[in-house]
Design a protein around this ligand. Structure first.
Ligand code: NAG
Length: 393
């Protein structure tokens, strides 16, 4: 009796095994497609081969990058794909070419375009940007630099537990996308690295940036024209230039920014905390329904700032007023220390004054005394405890 019973169990187990392997997604290991984990051999073709197979699969597919360092040139992962469930699981590090000229004139290093349902899980991207930053600082003619990772015109994207180091330019760009979740992202670059924004979002809707830590030389998060329904929560920023809506209003015809929530963020030693910034020149742009809530400022130069007179190098804008209309912006539960006297600055457009600005439960100190507030063309109200005293009218 014992023998037939155990054969039956064995049979059942094999049936289970076969069916489960049939339904689990196909996996393409880049090493089995020729990638080398030595940090020196160009593995671009192996990654592209893994993409071609995954994108062409009619079932869910996984690209697997094991531990080690993989040298990659510029790579474009393009859709449309035959499935909408591709996972890129990375245990190792992707390294850009050590000579910054190789990708320095490309817009981006790693780009996903026209894809739907792509998730990146884990991994480190090393942009090796320090050489280019040095070049830029010495005023020599240098390439402008590549964004490390860009998702362009894509939907239903997850970026989970990814680390981006020392990008040449922006670290991560979300452009023209719908429904993107970036969580547990770590960005790290020197506080004086030029134009190395952590995460830049533009022309996108339904983007969430959660539980992330961003230290870099420019904005931790920058929010460009055409961004709607953006949610940022539980982010630590510093060093860097803070979380910024803008720059807006560079173009005459420009999409607005609407419905942005920035919640539970800590700024440490940053140039700005929460900011809205527009060029001082005509534009159809706008920013409305913006909530900055539960922020802690640790020694931040400009903790709360609206600047509508941005005019770098005083070119093409002197004497002009910003066309960008800023309205319905709430600053709620914002506490901490300012590194300058003026902790709250609203420098709005003379032609399109800010309206519906709300300060609620704000306490900012400078050298253990109340910080100051400065207002220009700013209309709104204050409630709860507000220090510095509101200058809104
Ligand atoms: C605002 O954006 C959030 C996501 O960040 C979304 O859940 C909410 O529905 C949006 N509100 C409106 C009025 O569109």
């Amino acid at each position: 009796m014992a023998k037939p019973m155990s054969s039956l169990i064995l049979l059942l187990i094999s049936i289970l095994f076969v069916t489960s392997s049939l339904s689990s997604p196909v996996t393409y290991d880049v090493v089995s497609l020729g990638a080398k984990a030595d940090g020196k051999t160009d593995s671009t073709q192996a990654f592209l081969a893994a993409w071609t197979k995954s994108c062409g699969s009619t079932e869910a597919a996984t690209i697997y990058v094991p531990q080690g360092r993989f040298l990659l040139g510029k790579v474009e992962f393009k859709g449309e794909c035959k499935n909408n469930d591709i996972t890129v699981r990375i245990d190792g590090t992707l390294v850009s070419p050590s000579d910054y000229n190789v990708i320095g004139n490309a817009d981006n290093w790693i780009v996903f375009e026209h894809v739907d349902g792509v998730s990146i899980n884990g991994g480190t991207l090393d942009g090796q940007g320090t050489g280019l930053w040095t070049c830029k600082k010495t005023g020599k003619s240098c390439p402008s630099g590549a964004t490390t990772l860009e998702f362009s015109n894509s939907n239903n994207i997850v970026i989970n537990g990814l680390t981006s180091l020392n990008s040449q330019m922006f670290h991560i760009v979300i452009n023209g996308c719908n429904n993107v979740k970036a969580q547990g992202v770590k960005v790290s670059a020197s506080g004086n690295s030029p134009n190395t924004d952590g995460i830049h979002v533009q022309s996108s809707s339904g983007v969430a940036i959660l539980n992330s830590r961003i230290g870099t030389g420019d904005d931790c998060v920058s929010i460009g024209p055409g961004t709607t329904n953006l949610w940022i929560e539980n982010v630590a920023c510093g060093p860097g230039h803070g979380i910024s809506v803008g720059s807006l209003g560079k173009e005459q015809e420009e999409a607005g920014v609407q419905n942005v929530t920035v919640k539970t963020v800590t700024f440490t030693g940053t140039e700005n905390g929460v900011r809205i910034k527009s060029w001082g020149r005509p534009s159809s742009g706008f920013a409305r329904n913006i909530l900055f809530q539960h922020a802690i400022m640790n020694n931040v130069q400009n903790p709360i700032v609206i600047d509508q007179n941005y005019c770098p190098d005083e070119e093409n804008c002197p004497g002009q007023a910003s066309g960008v209309k800023i309205s319905d912006v709430t600053f709620q539960d914002i506490h901490g220390t300012s590194a300058t006297e003026v902790g709250v600055k609203f420098d709005c457009s003379s032609e399109n004054p800010c309206s519906g600005i709300t300060l609620d439960d704000v306490k900012l100190t400078y050298q253990n005394k109340a910080a100051e507030a400065s207002c220009s063309h700013a209309d709104g109200s204050a409630s709860g405890f507000v220090q510095p005293n509101s200058c809104l009218v």
